[in-house]
Design a protein around this ligand. Sequence first.
Ligand SMILES: [Zn+2]
Ligand SMILES: [Zn+2]
Length: 147
Amino acid sequence: MILNDAEKHCEKIGGRFTAPRRAVLSVIIDSDKPIGAYDILKKMPGDVKPPTVYRALEFWEQEGFIHRIGSLNLYTACKAGHRHSGAQFLICDDCGNVTETHTCAIPDICTATAEKNKFKLRGWFLELHGQCHSCQGDLATNVGCAC
Ligand SMILES: [Zn+2]
Ligand SMILES: [Zn+2]
């Protein structure tokens, strides 16, 4: 249960599990697709101001409980626990579904490239656009490694 994990995490880091933080996170968890800040605001209980939502989003993103899909400007709950430095997002341009994946080869490749360029790497979040399995209908075939 992500909300329980989040509450425990807040205790551990000495952050407060405030009502708006809790509400923002649960709206994102309950959404079956990535969701934007404006739609999150609309689903918030009570009278909540946009800065409150943005501050909560910033907090959860920083703590790794949600990810921001930059190319869509939408937020999605982390599907892999909140302790990782990168992920790949398979974004369906037809239905808007986003799948979080963790391809094992990516960190090594990115680290090697960063080292070559004397670049200090912080993460390997990648956004891959295309068409999801269900939007491909009967013609769907699995491609590649599913790790
Ligand atoms: Zn994640
Ligand atoms: Zn799709």
